[in-house]
Design a protein around this ligand. Sequence first.
Ligand code: SAM
Ligand code: SF4
Length: 341
Amino acid sequence: MDAPLIDPFARAITYLRVSVTDRCDFRCTYCMSEHMQFLPKRELLTLEELERMCAAFVRLGVRKLRITGGEPLVRRNIMSFFEGMSQYLGGGLDELTLTTNGSQLERFAQPLRDCGVRRVNVSLDTLDPAKFRAITRWGALDKVRRGIEAAQAAGLRVKINTVALKGFNESELFDLVEWCRAGDMDLTFIEVMPMGDMGDGEPDGTGGTLRLDQYWPLEDLRARLAERYTLADLAHRTGGPARYVRLEETGQQVGFITPLTHNFCESCNRVRMTCTGQLFMCLGQEDEADLRAPLRASADDGPLEDAIRAAIARKPKGHDFDYSRQEVSGRMSRHMSHTGG
Ligand code: SAM
Ligand code: SF4
């Protein structure tokens, strides 16, 4: 391995999240507007370029790769990319994993397992089919549930990611916890973040301002959980914005992702790459580095590696989100589907 990536605050960068497409077969209201304009195909890195890019990061010390999107499993031929990356497992790369909406898992669970994937995160915000359709606009809950079953049957460990939405899934908190316990799945709640322009004032009531109404602080959610369960804080951290507790009564692990607090920045070990090869050094900052140009400029990986090192040297200490006022300062103009959440 070449000299590892260390940022100006002495944090080793060992975790890369890669968005492989900005497209999706859902239109979750907090993530995309119904009439999303997607990038022209020529802007996207090809699957071969994505592999070259990821391989460079692995050479520079990245040990964990999480594939995301958009919906990663709707990218055509995506399995050839997973197959390509699987050869790095055990040779620098410790873990190859993905975050998915689950719609295509029925088909891809076994091929993913065959490529060395052992765990998947499936995003699911409600167990009610009508509410699922409303929040995803285009999704079908039964299909996602079949996908989860297929994943487990293939031997993949499933973690459920649930965006905490006030007035939407508040009433299902205990149902979701119980469903995950019964299915032997970990569960992580995500605080809703101010990303992208949802198109204020859409006829169906969704819009940028809705996010503030839907903001359900995980502190409140945690307090609700504590009414029924004894919560034991777990020490382990992943270098990301997640904290974990164990529910003593059931032994389950529940995570909380609060990207709007600064409680994780000091241990941040990750960067994010978009499907166009832009590297974001911090989820909450606009600064980005173009890696596509150096990748395309030369068949030799030297200039690309130099560009990656230069980008990591600009990784900021932390981010600027602030929900404390009625407007969202530090609101990001890009969508989660662009940076991959
Ligand atoms: N399509 C895949 C999925 O839904 O899992 C992967 C991409 S999605 C952008 C990754 C994660 O970001 C999902 O768990 C989703 O719920 C979450 N997400 C999207 N928009 C969000 C927002 N505004 N605030 C918090 N989480 C968000
Ligand atoms: Fe698609 Fe995931 Fe965004 Fe939902 S959260 S629209 S599934 S990318």
